[in-house]
Design a protein around this ligand. Structure first.
Ligand code: F6P
Length: 320
């Protein structure tokens, strides 16, 4: 492998820049040429590509977002688009790609591999919903952002003796919601992985804790279970407690990455290039505990990840 291309695809996540930096610097260190591909797979199709040097990735490790921009590309979903992207790689002498993104981006890696371009995927999403990895780039920063916002919300919720229903991101997964709920001391956290009953899991819990003297409440709902506004309306009707909805939204995707995201992203970026140096292609990098691991792309895409049920049970016990 003489030349690699690096791109970010799907939703951005804090720490993607640290990964781009690690990939670029490790590859340059080993004498490879590095091409930065802008706006995901769109950049490959349209030729939005620039050569990177060691200084191209200066001053980005502490920045949120992605210096390479990102996009979801419809054309790339077609065979014609995939052929165009592979032709572009051959035209520019790009021998392999490192793609930072989520499951959708890894399916793109598989398609590129089928067109003869070797790929390595790095898990970058605030949702932490990549099955082959315990941890995804951006997850820690997003949780810390959510906690910071909800701590502010608590002040006003408490002053008014209200209930705040907070909707956090996570797509179809509840990892972000569950950990945030524990960290902010939410009375209840609703996640898509665990069935719930509003009367039993929210209304009754609110009434029970009210009898012990509690007068304000924070309820976290993962976006995968429904809209905060709907829950707030039902809760107010059933409990008589004034309720407000807050949707944290895309603020969770921004901000300077935490130490954990910067270090994990750097390790994974470094590992991606090591794999290419070792001739190991078409793999997804991840973490298992403190270790960096990698799996065949197809195997990675077929894996399943479950919620930490003990953590969920704990959150219920300590929030009464
Ligand atoms: O995958 C990251 C994520 O922020 C999800 O949590 C959310 O459901 C989705 O992306 C939002 O996507 P968009 O940026 O297209 O609104």
């Amino acid at each position: 492998i003489k030349t690699i291309g690096v791109l970010t695809s799907g939703g951005d996540a804090p720490g993607m820049n640290a990964a781009i930096r690690a990939v670029t610097r490790t590859a340059l260190y080993h004498g490879m040429k590095v091409m930065g591909i802008y706006r995901g797979y769109n950049g490959l199709i349209n030729g939005d590509i620039k050569e990177m040097n060691v200084r191209s990735v200066s001053e980005i490790i502490h920045r949120g977002g992605t210096m390479l921009y990102t996009a979801r590309c419809l054309e790339f979903k077609t065979l014609e688009g995939q052929k165009k992207a592979a032709d572009r790689c051959r035209e520019l002498g790009i021998d392999a790609l490192v793609v930072i993104g989520g499951d959708g981006s890894f399916r793109g890696c598989k398609d590129m591999a089928a067109q003869g371009i070797p790929c390595i995927g790095l898990p970058g999403t605030i949702d932490n919903d990549i099955a082959c990895s315990d941890y995804t780039i951006g997850y820690d920063t997003a949780m810390n952002t959510a906690v910071e916002m909800i701590d502010k919300l608590r002040d006003t919720t408490q002053s008014h003796d209200r209930c705040s229903v907070v909707e956090v991101m996570g797509r179809n997964a509840g990892y972000l919601a569950l950990n945030t709920g524990i960290a902010v001391g939410a009375l209840a956290t609703l996640i898509p992985e665990v069935p719930f009953d509003i009367d039993r899991d929210i209304v009754q819990r609110m009434n029970d804790t009210r009898r012990t003297g509690k007068q304000h409440f924070i309820i976290i709902v993962a976006e995968g279970v429904g809209r905060a506004h709907d829950f707030a309306e039902i809760i107010e009707k059933k409990t008589g407690i004034e309720s407000r909805a807050t949707v944290l939204g895309h603020v969770q995707r921004g901000g300077s990455p935490t130490l954990r995201d910067r270090v994990s992203a750097s390790q994974m970026g470094y590992h991606a290039v090591q794999l290419l140096l070792d001739g190991k292609f078409n793999r997804v990098v991840g973490t298992r505990g403190n270790d960096i691991v990698d799996f065949d792309i197809t195997e990675a895409l077929n894996m399943h990840k479950s919620i930490h049920t003990a953590l969920y049970e704990m959150s219920k016990v300590i929030s009464i």
